[in-house]
Write a protein that binds this ligand. Structure first.
Ligand SMILES: [Zn+2]
Length: 289
């Protein structure tokens, strides 16, 4: 295995990729660091675990830089350095696999086909999804619906900033994903949150992800009615409070405090009581523009 890395400042441009599978749970084996002492401006570190040509490295770095930049537009800078690891995986789309890294250095590991064109990477949701995970701490396997729901909620927002999706296409993606997930839901008489282990056992990962995303879409709309931006709350959270050791309840309490209400915790309590796939057809985010 070769590892060569270099660092570049977070200021940037464009690029993304394929069928993404997110497996953030691998990171649970690693010891989370304490939050203090983190730099206020993120640097990006690139590590290549296979042989990549210089032009391929430039393409991957530009792609990451664009995605990180789009995330920054939405919620501000990540308050820590971010490590990207790349391994080659050809013949299955631009990004057949990725997972977050949650050790002392947080980041994302990507398996990529660097022979794919830049536009194939830019149109893929995997990197917007994985990078969005880093906005929140790792919350544990039992709360995967929350973490995956959040990253799924964010991914199309990021792609909207990148210019890959316009408003109409973004709304259509949300609608399609939620409808597909709802149709696959196999536990209509059980609470969604309690059904997650069974959904996982059945391999219904998109149903877990998009059921969870409906919580964030709903919370965004409730806060908006109060004149509060969920993305603004997340930006404040990153600036003041992002810590790797946060538990779910602590995190939601912090977000509520920043929002000046109890909307998110009350919404979470209500969401935990939802039987069947969470309601979503009323959401404005799904409405055609
Ligand atoms: Zn994920």
């Amino acid at each position: 295995m070769t590892s060569s890395g270099w660092r570049m400042p977070l200021l940037a441009l464009v690029f993304s990729g394929g069928i993404g599978v997110c497996t953030p749970l691998q990171a649970a084996e690693m010891t989370p660091p304490r939050g203090e002492g983190l730099p206020s401006v993120a640097h990006l570190e690139f590590i290549y675990d296979d042989r990549f040509a210089e032009a391929e490295r430039r393409k991957l770095q530009a792609w990451m830089t664009e995605v990180v930049g789009a995330l920054r537009v939405l919620v501000g800078p990540l308050p820590m350095d971010v490590r990207f690891r790349f391994a080659r995986y050809e013949g299955a789309g631009p990004v057949p696999w990725a997972n977050t890294l949650r050790g002392r250095r947080q980041g994302v590991r990507f398996y990529v086909d660097p022979t794919q064109p830049v536009e194939a990477f830019r149109k893929d949701w995997t990197a917007p999804h994985e990078l969005s995970h880093l906005v929140l701490p790792f919350l544990g396997r039992e709360h995967a619906w929350f973490s995956e729901g959040f990253a799924s909620f964010m991914q199309y927002r990021v792609m909207r900033v990148m210019g890959v999706l316009d408003d109409e296409a973004m709304a259509a993606r949300y609608s399609e994903r939620l409808e597909t997930a709802a149709a696959a839901y196999s536990q209509p008489n059980r609470r969604f949150v309690e059904a997650v282990p069974q959904l996982r056992a059945e391999g219904l990962y998109p149903t877990i992800y998009w059921g969870g995303a409906s919580y964030f879409l709903e919370m965004e709309e409730r806060l908006k009615r109060q004149g509060v931006s969920l993305l603004g709350v997340l930006s404040d959270y990153l600036a003041c409070c992002r810590r790797n050791e946060d538990e779910l309840e602590d995190l939601v309490a912090k977000l509520d405090a920043l929002a000046g209400s109890t909307t998110l915790s009350q919404g979470l309590n209500g969401f935990r009581r939802v039987v069947g796939f969470p309601p979503h057809r009323h959401l404005q985010a799904l409405a055609p523009r």
